[in-house]
Design a protein around this ligand. Structure first.
Ligand SMILES: [Fe+2]
Ligand SMILES: [Fe+2]
Length: 196
């Protein structure tokens, strides 16, 4: 089930199986998750959505973006680049790893605020919006840096198949295909709410 991202990407491009291809693919799904969440929050503000769908989108991002995607970067791609001579302190790695940490902080607090809102604390909505906005801006900027800078550098440091099997193993363990199915279901749920 896992590993679909790599296979799908390299079937449709001239690339061979590259670790960065799968990671770029993840970025697209993360942006979809963020967009869905933004829409969910807008509906919540208007009182037309339940907190449940926002919770689901936050939970998706915690598992897909933080655990799975940042996990693959921090356990496979970044250490591989370090072993090939990229210096942590003098390369984009330091900033990117720090941003993963900041993202986790914003996301955890957004989830905490959603929990408070769900248990009747109306004023927690402001906190939820604040942490979501911080998370959204951080991750969009972060993805841009990786796509435009780090991944291009990485393709010169590592060979075509390197790290791919390990990345697929992590995806398998974390239920990559199921996570993407979950994203689709959240999207559908929001469309239905938006139309009602
Ligand atoms: Fe990253
Ligand atoms: Fe990334």
């Amino acid at each position: 089930m896992g590993g679909g991202s790599y296979k799908r990407v390299y079937r449709s491009t001239a690339y061979k199986s590259r670790l960065t291809n799968g990671l770029r693919d993840d970025h697209d799904y993360i942006v979809i998750g963020l967009t869905v969440l933004k829409r969910g929050l807008a509906l919540l503000e208007r009182g037309t959505a339940a907190i449940g769908v926002v919770d689901k989108a936050l939970s998706f991002l915690a598992r897909f973006a933080d655990q799975c995607h940042h996990g693959k970067e921090e356990l496979i791609l970044f250490p591989l680049l370090e072993r090939r001579g990229m210096q942590f302190e003098r390369s984009p790695l330091k900033e990117l790893v720090s941003e993963h940490g900041m993202g986790r902080y914003f996301l955890r607090n957004a989830r905490r605020a959603a929990e408070r809102y769900g248990s009747g604390e109306g004023e927690a909505l402001g906190d939820l919006e604040h942490y979501f906005e911080s998370y959204f801006n951080l991750i969009i900027g972060h993805i841009g840096k990786e796509n435009k800078v780090l991944f291009k550098m990485a393709d010169n440091y590592i060979g075509p198949d390197e790290g791919v099997a390990e990345a697929e193993k992590i995806e398998e363990q974390l239920g990559y295909a199921e996570l993407l199915a979950e994203l689709e279901a959240i999207k559908r749920e929001l469309t239905q709410i938006g139309q009602s």
